[in-house]
Each structure stands twice: as C-alpha cells, then as structure tokens.
Ligand binder design. Structure first.
Ligand code: NAD
Length: 322
C-alpha cells in the first residue's frame, strides 16, 4: 500500500457472509459509459490497477451500458485468480423502464451475467432497484427464492437488494424468509447532502445484514463537474451542490474530495464498503490517496451547512414518492 493503495487488513466482513471487502469498492457502471465515454482499454487498465492497489470488490449490473459494463469487466478479469476478488452483479433491471423480477428471468439473467463476466460463480447477486418492481411483494415471494436455489447450487454466494427509497429495505427484509437476504446496497442516502441511511445501520447490523454504500458523490452531483443531465435531484439541491463546489475551491479543496472523506470516515464500522465510480487510473489514484489523508472537518461542516436547506431532501423513485 506504500504507493497508494488499501491493505488487506483494512477489509471487513460483509454482514455475516464471510466475504471480506475492501473499504472502497470499484463501481463499474462507469465501464458502461454511464457517466461519459470510457474506452475499453482505459477501463480494463483501471480494473487491473485497482486490483494491484488492494481493491478487491467490484460491483456491476447487466443494466450498466445495457450489458457493456459486464462485458468490459469480464475482459479485465479474465486470467485473474477467482479467489482474489469479490464480484457482485444484479438481476431484474435491464433498461431505464425495463424490469423483470420473475423467477425464470432472474435465473436466466444470472447465467448470462456469468458468461459475460467469464466466471463460474458470483459472490453477490442483487435484485436491482426493487422499488420499480410491479409488485414489491414479488421480490420476497418469487425473486429471492429463485436466487436461493442458485445459492444452493453454488452459483451465487450472497443475495442482496438495492434501491433508493429506504423504506423498501425493512419491508422486503420483513417479508422474505429470515436470513435469506445477506446484503443491502443503498445509494445516494449516505453522502454530504443526505445521511438518512445512518438511521438504519444499527438495525441492519443487528439482523446480520451487510451494508454497501454507493454514490457517496451522489451520482456525480458532488463533484466539480456536477451532475449528469439525467440526475433526478431538484433545482435547489443541484444549486446547493454548485455553491458547495465553489466554496470548496475557494478553500483550496474540491467537493469530491470532501464528499468522499465524509462518507468514508463517518461510517463507523457499519458500512462494509463504499462503492465509487472509477472511470480511469487517475480517479482511482486520487480516491485512494484521499483515503489515507486527514479530512478537514471544519470544511466538511461548512459544506454540510451549505446543504442545510436541502438536507435529506429526496426524489421520487419507482413506485415511491420522494
Ligand atoms: P459516484 O457517485 O461514485 O461517481 C459519479 C462520478 O464521479 C463518476 O463519473 C466517477 O468516475 C466520478 N468520480 C469518482 N471519484 C471522483 C473524484 N475524486 N473526483 C471527481 N470525480 C470523481 O457514482 P455512481 O456510479 O453513482 O456510484 C458508484 C457505484 O455504485 C456504481 O458504479 C455502481 O456500481 C453502484 N451503484 C449501484 C446502484 C444500485 O444498485 N441501484 C445505484 C448507484 C450506484
């Protein structure tokens, strides 16, 4: 880790799965060009460099780049010893408005993902953005039991659920067979603008459910470049982010650095890994370096103050209102 990396000692167990993940995980939606063009070559290079620097956790989905991200990640992982990385992908979401959580589709989907990724098993399989399911009860009654069969066959090791409106997590956890959901992947709910996930962390831990936090940069909103055009936050929230970015610059820092330091340091052991979108070796190096740097808490508090009026404001997602 001397040249900017994370050590194996910094890994922690994802819930009670026995799976050890690095504190920072490689968010591979970037490889599907979700945040701008990333050439295959540069994406593959970033994956190899991440592995070399101790990142062992990769998160992808057939939805990212409509299978492109899985294909590129699969090319990058070819020839790498299978036990040296933790690989998670998803089922159920296939396009912006195309969801299918049926037992038949998700079973076939896992097979297709494994072929694209060039692996014989997946460490984590998530139900992707469950708030969009036509009937949320289908997740507990049909999708999870289908994935459980694959677990029994050794094709997947852990089962997770992902989504934006936090209320879907306790609901589905309470409906599903106890112990059948190993992981919750939440996004944009544990960042400088919104820390609502923190209220759920103790409960999830008590139930032995591992937590992965994604989008600590709120899908690009908390970066100097600002949010992509499709970003769902309202005008006031985006305006506050712009102000926060200018303020960080005036203090000789930048909003992404402050946002990642906040999310990584405030997690107090209850978040196993923070997924960060990695689009290049440059981004990777920057994010690993700031992991070992001392956060400027005064600056963090000033930025939180800029977000005061939009703190915990959320947006509609699927069948749930913000
Ligand atoms: P993010 O918020 O982590 O990053 C957004 C953008 O910021 C990306 O383009 C990224 O490359 C860039 N970036 C990263 N570090 C930076 C830095 N230091 N300075 C400036 N820019 C930087 O993005 P995200 O992609 O929304 O989330 C990370 C990962 O989490 C995804 O790739 C995906 O794997 C996962 N995720 C899952 C879900 C879900 O399951 N529903 C939702 C969101 C994210």
């Amino acid at each position: 880790a001397a040249d900017g990396g994370v050590s194996p000692e910094s890994r922690s167990e994802l819930g009670t799965t026995g799976i050890q993940v690095s504190p920072i995980g490689f968010g591979a939606s970037t490889l599907g060009n979700e945040f701008g063009l990333v050439s295959e070559e540069s994406g593959i290079h970033a994956v190899h460099e991440a592995l070399r620097r101790g990142i062992n956790f990769f998160d992808v989905s057939p939805y990212y780049g409509r299978t492109r991200a899985e294909t590129v990640l699969g090319k990058a992982l070819r020839g790498i010893p299978r036990d040296s990385y933790v690989l998670g992908t998803k089922v159920g979401r296939y396009d912006t408005d195309k969801f299918d959580f049926s037992a038949e589709r998700v079973t076939q989907s896992v097979q297709e993902s494994m072929e694209r990724l060039g692996v014989e098993h997946l460490d984590i399989i998530h139900c992707h953005d469950i708030e969009f399911a036509k009937d949320i009860d289908q997740i507990a009654t049909e999708t999870i039991p289908a994935l459980n069969k694959l677990k029994a066959e050794g094709k997947v090791k852990a089962i997770g659920i992902t989504g934006y409106p936090l209320e879907v997590f306790p609901y589905v956890l309470s409906c599903a067979e106890p112990g059948s959901i190993d992981v919750v992947l939440s996004y944009c709910n544990y960042c400088l603008q919104n820390d609502r996930l923190s209220l759920m962390l103790d409960g999830l831990k008590r139930h032995g459910v591992g937590v992965v936090n994604a989008s600590a940069l709120s899908m690009g909103m908390l970066t100097p470049k600002g949010p992509p055009e499709w970003h769902p936050a309202d005008k006031d929230t985006k305006e506050a982010a712009k102000k926060a970015s200018a303020y960080c610059n005036s203090r000789g820092s930048d909003l992404a650095t402050v946002a990642l330091q906040y999310a990584m340091r405030s997690r107090s052991g209850r978040i196993a890994s923070t997924l960060v979108g990695i689009d290049s070796v440059g981004t990777l190096k920057k994010n690993l370096a700031l992991l070992s740097s001392e956060p400027d808490w005064d600056l963090i508090h000033d930025v939180q103050d800029i977000f005061k009026d939009v703190h915990n404001r959320r947006w509609d997602s699927g069948h749930y209102l913000g």
